[in-house]
Design a binder for this molecule. Sequence first.
Ligand code: NAD
Length: 358
Amino acid sequence: MTAKIAILPGDGIGPEIVAEAVKVLDCLQQEHGLEVEMETANIGGAAYDESGSPLPPATLALCQAADAVLLGAVGGPQYDGLERDLRPERGLLGLRSELQLFSNLRPAILYPQLANASSLKPEIVSGLDIMIVRELTGGIYFGQPRGIRELDNGERQGYNTLVYAEHEIERIARSAFEVAMKRNKKLCSVDKANVLEVSELWREVMIRVSSEYPEVELSHMYVDNASMQLVKWPKQFDVIVTKNMFGDILSDTAAMLTGSIGMLPSASLDQNGKGMYEPIHGSAPDIAGRNTANPLATILSVAMMLRYSLGQHESAELIEQAVSEVLEQGLRTQDIADGGSSVSTREMGDAVVRALTN
Ligand code: NAD
């Protein structure tokens, strides 16, 4: 069956990097029998400029009807003055919530060829390949009640609520176990069960769901220890699953272990494995339109899409091998060139396509 992909280039470098990812998809169709249908729509600032809304109904409808969504990035300084609901980020948040994307997959992969880009010693990070599964639609960022109130003594008090219902924990657990099944079958659940009742329940549900996945080795770690271990010996992890706020923080730490923001893809999945795929970086307005952005994070997002939403594991591996090959050939965009010579966005995309056709 032909899979439908909604393509949302967005703002800044978005259109440049997405164009290279589309080239890769075209090549897989022509050379490797992949069958996909792609349709492009506006989101973010580009959509606001065209229609006055960062998430036009037609874009939402296209994404709802698609099997997967590929997004570049949204945002730019020209939109900073807009009222909150019209800002580009609103388009993205709206899409995440409309599509009920509760499971955020953030890999931190460090290709051995780029080990020097990390601020950690090469032996600690070279060949690093971990996946953080972050719960994205619950927890303290959304819990009610929340606000700033005045106490009897006139002092103000800020408050938020950390809540997780069992079904929310269960579905992120399943999502993480499924990811672990596609990798090395090791899952570490990160919590704060020594202090938080929510975490006690989290741990209990993780253990319960683990009986459905006997092949996966489940372990538990407190979040403070996890943050230390990520920096001390990150290669001990395969898949980490954690709550929204812990995942927010740990996934950025993990990304920084690799030292190259232009290399990291991400996925946000719903209950049925439909997902939105995007690089972790933003729209990089400082380099937009110069043909210098690194398209590899977006190209690797396509690999994740093929693996996690479209069940095309071989095509996913072909892309990952092609990326590794162009790095092996010494090709670098400016952000990963370490002061050496660099290739353009388009040249990098062309090199990946060449590696795919060899
Ligand atoms: P950014 O990630 O866009 O850029 C940070 C730095 O990294 C910049 O120097 C940029 O040039 C560089 N960079 C980022 N991606 C690169 C790539 N592919 N190749 C080479 N260099 C790259 O973060 P920012 O500057 O804080 O934000 C810029 C805009 O992006 C803002 O409007 C922000 O709101 C938006 N943003 C969007 C998303 C998203 O769409 N998911 C995420 C983060 C930020």
